[in-house]
Design a protein around this ligand. Structure first.
Ligand SMILES: N[C@@H](CCC(=O)N[C@@H](CS)C(=O)NCC(=O)O)C(=O)O
Length: 122
């Protein structure tokens, strides 16, 4: 079963590499403004998880510079996700407020919808 999962993961990664969307290009000021907003986000994810790939493709498409945290191989990130979000499930977007409060958003479709709405993306 682990082997099948590993193969499927490689296929997902290969598909992603072969069909990767081109990032939108903005002028420097617009990109800098967006970067200042996205520094409050971090995406907890696994490399070969299809739902994480879906979110990462949207980040790439919209040129969103959001820190990726590997919750599979990095024990600290894994623990932070479990303690903060309450579940060991990815993808999960950590949203930090100006006051340091953290909110955790699960579900790939909800993460994509949130980012589009919050960052006013087309
Ligand atoms: N409906 C969820 C599915 C997420 C999901 O199933 N993630 C898997 C990885 S692909 C997971 O976190 N599994 C927990 C584990 O592997 O322990 C979404 O769209 O985000």
């Amino acid at each position: 079963m682990n082997f099948v999962r590993w193969i499927l993961g490689r296929l997902v990664l290969a598909y992603d590499v072969l069909t990767r969307p081109k990032p939108v290009i903005r002028d420097a000021a617009a990109q800098a403004e967006l970067d200042s907003k996205t520094k409050n986000f971090a995406l907890y994810q696994f490399n070969a998880c299809p739902f994480c790939v879906k979110v990462r493709r949207e980040l790439r498409r919209h040129a969103l510079n959001i820190e990726l945290r590997d919750a599979r191989n990095d024990a600290e990130h894994k623990q932070a996700l479990i303690d903060g979000g309450g579940r060991f499930k990815v993808p999960c977007l950590q949203i930090s407020s100006g006051s340091g409060e953290k909110t955790w958003l699960y579900e790939s479709d909800d993460i994509i919808a949130y980012l589009k709405s919050e960052l006013e993306l087309a």
